[in-house]
Design a protein around this ligand. Structure first.
Ligand code: FAD
Length: 364
């Protein structure tokens, strides 16, 4: 294919010259971020359809070499590390340029980046500098059997269908996925792989200066990390309803989140929105109160363990995906749950045993 006709200002590239699937890793002093390890899952899926391609993790930063074997234990075949004191401070352009320089040298066919704050900064920089395409917020990846191109799958705006997007002429093919859309591949301590150490060859002007660093104090658990979530929708109706949900969450050791309409109504802050334009969550238990179950919301809970839906409308779409559904006005239902949990708390393990006995009797 003569791609000079398509993009005359860009150098022509032959996709056949590019090989391997890269996953950009993020790390700090505590280790590699789970969100970047999660991207090894779609990398493995692509690899399964393109035998012979290696999964290569790219680790850039300062004092990060000590973490280089972690991606291998989660499924990477190789790791390229650039570890340099000049990378002590994260600057998007500087880190992005390191990946660009490596990509020019090694010519990967695919680069996957987690859509974290950093990934959202670096991904487009890398794609733009390499003059290639990037598909943001993919929910799945596949491979076109005829051409071998990677298919980046994501819901388009406002739609209940899926778009399959590919980059047929440019390389690398780049895609991002939000944290928690994919699980981290299981740890296999016995896995080994090659670790390639590269020198920092080129340090560009960051275009900004770090003036002050103040870590955000987080007293609350982030919704991405929460084990139990009580999520409210527009149906919660009022701030009083939210208080009821907060009490339920407190008793369960849960975090309160919400739908976009709940955010728009001011019931929950924007950083607690679940869904396509919010966050993806993976709690063991997700209790949805007054949430209809729109596709853009449910995409954020596809990694959730059990979904319990409370909705007044028996036809609400959420009941199609919930593991347990309670039809009715949420108020008496949530109040009853609160009463029961308070009793359990007051009366301790004996009350719990009694409750389990009652449940067993109902089940049999
Ligand atoms: C591009 C795009 C991106 C989007 N991204 C997101 C996103 O990230 N997250 C998201 O959530 N949405 C998102 N949306 C919006 C989404 O389409 C829905 O509009 C939204 O999820 C609906 O929120 P809801 O379920 O709270 O409200 P509604 O759809 O209005 O549902 C309210 C529900 O409450 C129930 N109800 C009412 N009263 C009671 C009561 N007393 N007791 C029990 N139940 C009651 C009703 O039966 C109803 O099912 C997006 C939309 C677009 C177009």
């Amino acid at each position: 294919m003569d791609c000079s006709k398509l993009c005359p200002e860009w150098p022509c590239e032959q996709p056949s010259e590019f090989k391997n699937i890269w996953v950009v890793m993020e790390a700090d002093e505590n280790g590699i971020h789970e969100a970047s390890l999660q991207m090894l899952t779609p990398a493995k899926k692509i690899q399964s359809k393109k035998p012979g391609e290696k999964i290569v993790a790219v680790l850039v930063g300062y004092n990060v070499k000590r973490f280089a074997d972690i991606p291998i234990k989660h499924g990477a075949d190789e790791v390229i590390v650039v570890d340099d004191p000049l990378l002590r401070t994260y600057y998007p352009r500087v880190y992005g340029q390191v990946v660009v320089d490596l990509a020019k040298k090694y010519k990967p066919a695919v680069i996957l980046v987690s859509a974290t704050m950093r990934g959202r900064e670096m991904g487009p920089y890398i794609a733009n500098t390499l003059r290639t395409g990037i598909t943001a917020d993919c929910t799945d990846f596949d491979v076109d059997e005829k051409t071998g191109d990677v298919l980046m799958i994501r819901p388009p705006f406002a739609a209940i269908m899926l778009a399959y997007i590919k980059t047929p002429f440019r390389r690398p093919q780049m895609g991002t996925a939000r944290p928690n859309v994919f699980p981290v591949p299981p740890l296999d301590e016995s896995r080994t792989g090659k670790i390639i150490e590269e020198k920092l060859e080129n340090i560009i002007d960051p275009g900004m200066e770090l003036v002050k660093y103040t870590p955000v104090k987080r007293e609350e658990v982030l919704i991405e990390k929460a084990e139990i979530i009580v999520s409210v929708g527009k149906g919660i109706g009022s701030p009083d309803g939210v208080k009821l949900a907060e009490r339920l969450a407190q008793l369960l050791g849960a975090v309160v989140a919400g739908s976009r309409k709940a955010v728009d109504a001011g019931f929950v802050p924007p950083d607690r929105q679940v869904g396509q334009t919010g966050k993806s969550v993976k709690p063991v238990l997700y209790i949805a109160i007054g949430i209809s179950g729109a596709a853009q919301h449910m995409i954020g809970v596809r990694e959730a363990g059990r979904i319990v839906a409370i909705n007044i409308d028996p036809e609400a779409p959420i009941f199609k995906q919930a593991d347990y559904g309670i039809v009715g006005d949420y108020r008496p239902i949530v109040e009853a749950l609160i009463r029961e949990l308070e009793r359990l708390k007051r009366e301790g393990p004996k009350a719990l045993e009694e409750l389990l006995r009652e449940e067993e009797a109902v089940a049999s």
